[in-house]
Design a protein around this ligand. Sequence first.
Ligand code: ATP
Ligand code: MG
Length: 535
Amino acid sequence: MPSPGFEKRASDRTLLVVEDDDDIRETLVSLLSMEGFRVTGCSNGHEALTWLRASPKPDLILLDLRMPIMDGWQFRVAQKGDPQLASIPAIALSADSTPKAAAIDAEAYLRKPVDYDTLLDTIDRLLVASEHRDLEVRLAQTDRLTSMGTLAAGAAHEINNPLAYVLLNLGYVTEEMQKLLVDCGAAAGESTLLGARAREVMLALEHARDGAERIRDIVWSLKTFSRPESETCVLLNVTRVLDAALAMVHNEIRHRAKLVKNYSEVPEIFANEARLGQMFLNLVLNAVQALPEDRALANEIHVTVECSGPDRIVVEVRDNGTGIPLQVRGRIFEPFFSTKPVGVGTGLGLSICHGVVASLGGDLTFESEVGKGTVFRVELPAAVRTIGAPPAAPRPERRISEAAPPASFVGRSRMLVVDDEPIVCFSLERLLAREGDVITATSASQALAMIQGGQRFDVLLCDLMLPEMDGSALHENIRKIDPAQAERMVFMTGGVFTVRARDFLETVKNKRLSKPFDVDALLSLVRGTLSDAAT
Ligand SMILES: Nc1ncnc2c1ncn2[C@@H]1O[C@H](COP(=O)(O)OP(=O)(O)OP(=O)(O)O)[C@@H](O)[C@H]1O
Ligand SMILES: [Mg+2]
């Protein structure tokens, strides 16, 4: 008796019958087709090998042994020697009762005449066994992906601090060079040798800054896509998360297709950043993988963000690739369903996407035409309607103009920088020196001693993860002494949080800055806080 689920199993399995006797072959093909299998017949080993190399691989081979041209033994040797075919299991069927027949290298051996029920049982047993093997391989791949995520998050964390001061210093040197260039032009005329050299240096600096900013985007993406430790949801700008996903596959897209972005301004959504980012990444990767490699000039990926109603956001990822054949459209969201070779696709991408979109109360749909392309459409509710006004959700930073430092306050502002990396302190000090007086501390206790000693700061930039006393403990201590100063603390985060740090950030409204810094965003935030402090 075949096991439960036999009918469903039969309906999506392919068998190859290799048998030189026309009657037996045709009978087997027709009986097994009636069970629901897709069955192909070949009349000898050679014909079977040719067919196998040109067609999608069957799940199982029924193999006669004594055949003309290429017999079953020779076929099996050739099949095992071909890495693409070696793993397809076979049932040997033979009237031959010699030890040579019984010793055939096959998963099962049945003597002819074969009892039909025994044949069905054997087919079923082997298909179930290979299903288990496939599942194990896929689970191992999933495990590997998880470890890769953890590794990526760790690497991103380590890169953050050095990259933070690379960017800060590049920002500083660029600004200083710009001033020098102006002085140089004014003093000696634009066309002097000195002026030309200064412009060369400026260009080199711009390139270095571009490169460092690319690294920052990649590090940011790695943090986003590492496995989330918890499902913390915050207000998110969909376009920014989408751009991070695109940055991750920037290289693959660049070599394979033209990327066209069409972003409209849309409201924020309330979601988990890592999961949303992973969803976009999966859709974009699928689009890239659907584009033929040898057609780079004609390949296109269009990414659109727009509103589909007053409180609905639509993100579309459209490719002009292969399209999805009708017969697989019903299965693409199934976990582990993949038409890609092992090692390229695990078949988890769309099922993850489906889970993420469903958990956000959205819809994930697609349209596809074979040979023309595919569009995946993610429709998500905007934050306001779905969740009301979330009391605990951190509001995004208010927009601060990029204008010069506020002139409204009297006297020089005082800024405190607390970071256990002295170079980060030094680089911030140099960058912020134009905004006011910068005092640095490489530990929280040093900073606390200053406050206890009566010092007052308009902005306190504080690393969240500090040894001994961390940023949250420092905040708590300052709050007891001077609540207004505690409110002016800006927490610098490297992206990897302890549970304690994450919980803390959820309970306070203080502004945050991600390391490595975006120099413009850093200056805007500091200027905004200074101007708040002055009013
Ligand atoms: N843009 C697309 N164009 C053509 N086919 C697609 C596209 N997106 C998905 N598919 C089809 O859907 C299948 C399932 O996609 P899914 O993302 O779940 O898995 P995968 O891409 O095969 O593997 P993984 O995402 O785990 O690496 C793919 O194997 C492919 O056949
Ligand atoms: Mg995929």
